[in-house]
Design a protein around this ligand. Sequence first.
Ligand SMILES: NC(=O)c1ccc[n+]([C@@H]2O[C@H](COP(=O)([O-])OP(=O)(O)OC[C@H]3O[C@@H](n4cnc5c(N)ncnc54)[C@H](OP(=O)(O)O)[C@@H]3O)[C@@H](O)[C@H]2O)c1
Length: 318
Amino acid sequence: MKNIIVLGGTGFVGRAVCERLVERSGGADGRIVVPTRRLQHGQALRSLPTLDLVPANVHDDAQLARLVARSDAVINLVAILHGSAADFGRVHVELPQRLVRACAGADVRRIVHVSALGVGADAPSNYLRSKAAGEAVLMGSGLDVTLLRPSVIFGTEDRFLNLFAKLQSLAPVMPLAGSQARFQPVWVEDVASAVVACLDRPETIGKVYECAGPTAYTLSELVRLAGRWSGHERPQIPLPEFAGRLQAMLMEWLPGEPLMSRDNVDSMRVPNVASGRLPGLAELGIQAAAMEAVAPGYLGQAFNRGRFDRWRTGAGRE
Ligand SMILES: NC(=O)c1ccc[n+]([C@@H]2O[C@H](COP(=O)([O-])OP(=O)(O)OC[C@H]3O[C@@H](n4cnc5c(N)ncnc54)[C@H](OP(=O)(O)O)[C@@H]3O)[C@@H](O)[C@H]2O)c1
């Protein structure tokens, strides 16, 4: 597997996967190709040797076919967290359908696809239902597919612990929807290792792997830890579900990407923890890192840097 195309390679997980792939290639003649809607989304990848960032629309069959035709395997990390049912369908279901057609047409058999814990045809959110439908498309394709289902993913640039740390640095209290929702956070580097391990292990074909860290937490516990590690722990006000959905609806009306949508609140009705009925990171030879060993480092640094910057500005040093 020398030439790999990484759909969604510019994202949070994609950047870690691409680094692993470049390390794995060890400067050999294989290429890693990352299509992107905007080249500037891939700035962080530009320094990686043997990686080509290419502007492309992966929802266009002809463009996708051309990209896939030059590869030995495809990694699919494209996903959205917010949008209409039609948006979720386009990205989570139609794109896998296009991918299957492109791969079948180019005789490319290998696909590693990242899905999510909690997916199901009768799951409570569009996100989880559409992810389940995308899985079904891929698993029913007859191609050599491996699926990975991570819990929420943490790492230096995550949008989960960092978000809760940031919100607590700004607000005196934390109104919290889904405070008892359960998560089993997994480190982005472990997810990236799992993706690459699957690529290299033919015995993973046709299997689904749950990617979860060593410990499960409630959302309330995670928010408290994010606050503590960033130095801004705030009291929480747990919101009943109707108030949580109302809060999310207001956030959806604000300009830009919402911090939280009603669909996100709905997703939290199913536990985001490993079922234990499927293989996990251990079966891929990966010992999952504990959140406590990683997150305090980056949360503390990010927020202390902000504080020092403010002090410097206040002292007229910048
Ligand atoms: N992060 C988590 O906590 C978490 C938890 C469970 C599962 N996952 C799954 O892990 C995978 C990677 O997640 P991530 O956190 O790395 O996501 P991300 O940072 O949002 O990156 C997603 C990538 O997909 C591309 N993309 C987004 N919308 C697109 C669209 N409409 N059409 C085409 N491309 C689009 C973007 O590439 P360009 O902008 O360059 O085009 C982006 O780089 C996803 O399948 C996600 O569901 C993530």
